[in-house]
Design a binder for this molecule. Structure first.
Ligand SMILES: Cc1cc2nc3c(=O)[nH]c(=O)nc-3n(C[C@H](O)[C@H](O)[C@H](O)COP(=O)(O)OP(=O)(O)OC[C@H]3O[C@@H](n4cnc5c(N)ncnc54)[C@H](O)[C@@H]3O)c2cc1C
Length: 452
């Protein structure tokens, strides 16, 4: 770890739309701002793979340009793994290489301690995966996960794909895959038609979302979109047991759809682990914030999907509010509040429309793997009465993803919640952890000396 102290007025974690907007707004008044992300480039989930010169989306282009013009130190492939008392976080670089770092001594070492006056958490969301028999077969992927692979160069031209689960992301993914030549056989949405129809009607009142919806409808023309429909089994045979088809259910009807890929996700789960580690109060699974995006912890703000799943426009507005509020520009932050309130309604509508149906709980059987990292089956997990007990007795949630996949799944099946979050927030090498512990011990001793 570098011995020099890296202190920022504002440190933003997560370079998706919320983080970019937060960093740009905070930097407007001349504050020293750093933005870090565990990906090599800015953009987050939705603008992944785009850049200032190659941004298909005008909003993305606008924010990439703003970012390039602002004085912001960007730390790529850098992940926050721990939080220390008194305004410090521990970060590590993920790939061990210098991936275009622009500052902090060009990140010469693996682990760093960064100091902040204000911290803005923009850690986004991930897909919710619900286990069903066969969901761990090769080529069964998260819907957004498959989209991300295609954005990174995976060829899907001519491949038969079924997109299934829940939420508007399914349509965005299906459109993207089709644009890249995939043969999208079906989009299966578990929500019932009346709720989806009400959601579609609400878009009529929102000009930009309506335009996006029409564009997606055009891209998906001829592709069946079936509501009230969900996957119950992924089927694969042969030497490599590769995916061959998916069994779908709609009401009492069950049938098989042949496919090379099943892109499957059941809407999104907020990434609240870092906020929880900082002891920010959570409410109904989301980080609780006030009108300035201030969390319950002093000097810590939060914006974007960890506070509510409301789409890119809400993430941007929340990011701007947090950025302004963090540097004391409360008037600029307050001006955006009416816009945020309008967009908040969209978040509520999303939640109500894509609420998960009971029947999804019965798609599993005792042989279904729940924890992919540790190969723990549903039959073993259900013998326990809490997340903690299941972890201790079966190692469910103890693998590299640290329960990010099976935690929300067991919450859906059994109503379990994680008791606490412990560092490291992401899996880190023993070497990184050893350095982090050594520095914390040294600091502890120094502060002890000073207080004597
Ligand atoms: C897989 C996926 C695909 C999506 N695709 C689309 C789409 O095609 N169209 C659409 O309209 N919406 C899409 N969405 C929804 C979209 O992401 C949101 O609407 C919105 O853009 C969220 O913005 P955000 O800034 O809050 O979060 P994100 O864009 O998720 O950005 C958060 C960033 O923080 C990083 N991060 C998290 N924790 C840490 C940490 N501890 N240290 C360092 N970095 C960290 C993440 O890697 C990520 O880059 C997708 C969501 C997901 C999960």
């Amino acid at each position: 770890m570098s011995s020099s102290s890296h202190t920022f007025d504002v440190l933003v974690v997560g370079a998706g739309p919320a983080g970019i907007a937060a960093a740009c707004s905070a930097a407007e008044g001349g504050a020293r701002v750093a933005l870090l992300d565990n990906n090599p480039r800015i953009g987050g989930q939705i603008w992944r793979g785009q850049s200032q010169s190659h941004a298909a989306n005008p909003d993305a282009r606008k924010w990439f340009e703003k970012f390039a013009a602002a004085h912001i130190e960007f730390l790529p492939s850098t992940e926050v793994i721990d939080h220390l008392e008194n305004g410090h976080v521990v970060v590590h670089r993920i790939d061990g290489q210098r991936v275009g770092a622009q500052s902090i001594d060009e990140l010469p070492e693996e682990v760093h301690e960064l100091a902040y006056k204000k911290l803005i958490l923009c850690t986004g969301a991930r897909e919710l995966f619900l286990p069903f028999p066969g969901w761990t077969l090769p080529n069964v992927m998260g819907a957004g996960g498959l989209q991300a692979l295609v954005k990174s160069g995976l060829l899907v031209s001519g491949k038969k794909v079924v997109v299934a689960g829940s939420g508007p992301l399914l349509l965005a993914v299906a459109a993207h895959l089709r644009e890249h030549g995939a043969d999208v056989r079906l989009v299966a949405e578990q929500a019932p038609w009346p709720r989806v129809a009400r959601f579609a009607m609400s878009l009529l009142l929102q000009k930009t979302k309506l335009a996006q919806a029409f564009e997606i409808k055009r891209q998906l023309s001829g592709v069946p979109y079936k509501t009230n429909c969900w996957p119950v089994r992924a089927n694969g045979n042969g030497e490599n047991a590769k995916l061959e088809s998916v069994t779908l259910r709609s009401g009492s009807r069950t049938w098989q759809e042949r496919c090379d890929y099943l892109a499957c996700g059941f809407h999104l789960v907020p990434n609240t682990e870092l906020a929880a580690l900082l002891r920010c109060e959570l409410r109904a699974g989301f980080v609780r914030v006030d009108d300035s995006q201030q969390t319950s912890v002093r000097d810590v703000f939060c914006a974007g999907e960890p506070t509510s799943i409301g789409g890119v426009d809400l993430a941007i507005v929340e990011g701007q509010i947090a950025g302004y509020a963090a540097v004391g520009q409360s008037a600029s932050a307050a001006k955006l509040l009416p816009q945020k309130r309008r967009l908040d309604r969209f978040a509520v509508l999303l939640r109500e429309t894509f609420a998960l149906r009971e029947e999804l709980r019965s798609a599993v059987d005792s042989e279904t793997i729940v924890c992919r990292c540790e190969d723990v089956k549903f039959g073993r997990v259900r013998q326990h009465s809490s997340w903690r007990a299941a972890k201790l007795h079966t190692r469910c949630g103890m693998g590299p993803c640290q329960g990010r996949i099976c935690g929300p799944a067991t919450q859906f099946f059994f109503g379990w919640k994680a008791d606490s979050v412990r560092p490291p927030v992401f899996a880190a090498s023993m070497q990184s952890l050893a350095v982090a512990v050594a520095v914390q011990t040294e600091e502890h001793l120094m502060s002890h000396e000073e207080s004597r």
